[in-house]
Ligand binder design. Structure first.
Ligand code: PAZ
Length: 329
């Protein structure tokens, strides 16, 4: 069975992959209005000079059927995003955490996806009560305290997505709500967003039937939303995008190409297999990228590369805010 888009005219096809018309041709997520209200409330509750970061995290799914039984997914667990959110909070940022549902979340991330499961952290005490195992008490206590502190201070807002379409609608909504704050807002776009999708009207309505034989999928290219984000939705904000490759020959040129094409502030380049201990930070101003690297032994001892990466980005963001203030004065 072929899922080749049913539209025959190339004019129609161009309309579908145009970022401006994407939102007219695809359905918004059910939590869009909730997200709008919550983000508006969250932004309003912050002090006027509060630095805010939108962290996107985890992978988008691409449904194959409108009544979705099957979908295309990707590898991202949300490690980068959830760890980075913790680091941003520690540096005083208010964090909007736009994440894939069920992916890793700040502070919870060490326990929720443990290979042994949640129960491996617990034991029965002699009096029959349920206790955290002594070896986990300190770490869990610290994570619990941090999570409760930031939540009580209204510094962490979680918004979830599942599909590519959910993600794009929510990204636009949040961008438009925070854009008015200008330079004090950072976008940290670590989510692994699909490059290909099947437009809603080209998808099989119901579960694809195996009785019809082999399945051939034809997917359209996802419109490049970094362009509208940088130019129209949040032109004054500090925007950090990510570039992931598996072929080292491509990484640098693609990172530079993105900076040139979209004109935003930073591209973080990483390779699939080394992303947890090595990233490169590209800007338009610097000819050579800055390398951020940790020892693999540090990683094993609990030092995440995001500590160094986020610290460096926060430093550059502060400079960006200062420069914007000077040029505004
Ligand atoms: O979620 P994770 O920690 O396993 O992976 C992080 C990442 C590789 C998805 C991120 O660093 C990244 O590069 N995001 C952008 C991917 C892209 O090029 O679309």
């Amino acid at each position: 069975m072929s899922l080749t888009p049913s539209v025959s005219s190339s004019v129609d096809l161009r309309r579908i992959i145009d970022p401006d018309t994407y939102f007219d041709n695809n359905l918004p997520p059910t939590n869009l209005q909730w997200a709008h209200d919550e983000v508006a409330r969250f932004v309003k509750s912050q002090a006027p000079d509060q630095r805010i970061v939108l962290v996107t995290s985890g992978g988008t799914t691409v449904p194959l059927e409108n009544n979705t039984v099957r979908f295309v997914d990707n590898f991202s667990a949300g490690t980068r995003g959830s760890s980075s959110a913790e680091q941003f909070l520690a540096l005083g940022y208010a964090v909007i955490f736009l994440h894939r549902e069920q992916s890793l979340q700040p502070f919870n991330r060490h326990y929720s996806h443990s290979t042994q499961g949640m129960l491996s952290y617990l034991q029965r005490a002699t009096d029959g009560s349920l206790r955290i195992k002594p070896e986990w008490e300190d770490k869990m206590g610290r994570d619990l305290d941090a999570y409760q502190k930031y939540t009580a201070q209204d510094k962490l807002l979680m918004v979830s997505f599942t599909t590519l379409s959910d993600y794009l609608f929510l990204l636009r909504e949040v961008s438009l709500l925070v854009a008015g704050l200008g330079p004090q807002v950072m976008f940290y776009l670590a989510a692994a967003v699909s490059d290909f999708f099947i437009p809603s009207h080209s998808m099989s309505e119901h579960k694809i039937q195996s009785a019809e034989g082999d399945l051939t999928l034809r997917m359209n290219q996802v419109p490049k939303f970094l362009g509208p984000l940088v130019k129209n939705w949040a032109p004054l904000c500090f925007i950090v995008s990510f570039k992931l490759e598996t072929d080292p020959q491509l990484l640098g040129s693609k990172a530079r190409h993105a900076l040139k094409k979209y004109g935003h502030q930073v591209v973080i380049a990483n390779m699939l297999n080394t992303r947890k201990w090595q990233v490169w930070l590209f800007t338009r101003e610097e000819i050579e990228p800055a390398t951020i690297q940790i020892d693999q032994s540090d990683l094993a001892a609990g030092h995440d590369i995001e500590q160094d990466l986020v610290k460096e980005l926060a430093r550059r963001h502060q400079k960006y805010i200062k420069e914007a203030q000077v040029s505004h004065a």
